[in-house]
Design a protein around this ligand. Structure first.
Ligand SMILES: [Zn+2]
Length: 209
């Protein structure tokens, strides 16, 4: 606001506190509130300050200062915004991020001014997407106790593009000294993992060797 506008605001304050107009006060207020417009909200902030109930322990005469105007004006505008989001209107697909921010600020300003009605936040309804639901269904299921093979729900490997378990690993190894359970790799006599399954296991699985 300009010094002349500050003088008008101080005149409004004087109606409550009988302060005397002064040149230095209007310059100081204009400087402190240079980014605030002199609008209804600014005048209302003064009225709010003087009409608010006394705080516990508050004594003496009230004397408004620029920071009171600022905080009350902010509060007035925040109350108008409430727990709402501005209505989203599909914009130009070519809209840039800067354009969006500018549009959004203008929207918020319009709501705070009372020129636009905000859209209440809608609660979300409905369940998760089917693919998420399918994966959620596996949560809490027992995980097989074998070290080599990470547990994955049926069909999950294929879904994420990992090769399915080779047929010979779907059966336990029948070879004495190995006897690796299904899904675990065959072991050497020293207990190391073999790169290939035992022939007997391949045969048992019916897979081509
Ligand atoms: Zn084996």
């Amino acid at each position: 606001m300009t010094p002349d506008e500050a003088a008008r605001l101080l005149a409004a304050a004087a109606a409550f506190d009988n302060r005397q107009p002064s040149e230095i006060a209007k310059q100081a207020w204009a400087s402190a509130l240079r980014d605030l417009p002199l609008d209804d909200d600014t005048f209302d902030a003064v009225a709010r300050y003087y009409s608010a109930p006394a705080a516990p322990g508050e004594t003496g005469r009230r004397w408004i200062e620029p920071h009171h105007v600022r905080s009350h004006r902010t509060k007035i505008r925040e109350e108008r915004l409430g727990a709402t989001t501005p209505a989203y209107s599909p914009a130009d697909p070519d809209e840039t991020a800067q354009d969006f921010v500018a549009r959004r600020r203008a929207q918020l300003r319009a709501i705070a001014d009372g020129r636009q009605t905000p859209t209440p936040i809608r609660s979300l309804t409905g369940g998760p997407h089917p693919t998420v639901a399918r994966q959620l269904a596996t949560v809490g299921r027992d995980i097989p106790d074998h070290a080599d093979e990470p547990y994955m729900p049926d069909g999950f490997r294929e879904a994420i593009g990992i090769a399915a378990t080779p047929p010979e690993l779907r059966v336990p190894c029948p070879k004495d000294g190995c006897k690796a359970p299904a899904r675990q790799h065959c072991k050497t006599p020293h207990g190391r993992r073999r790169a290939t399954p035992h022939q007997a296991r391949t045969d048992a699985a019916g897979a081509p060797s």
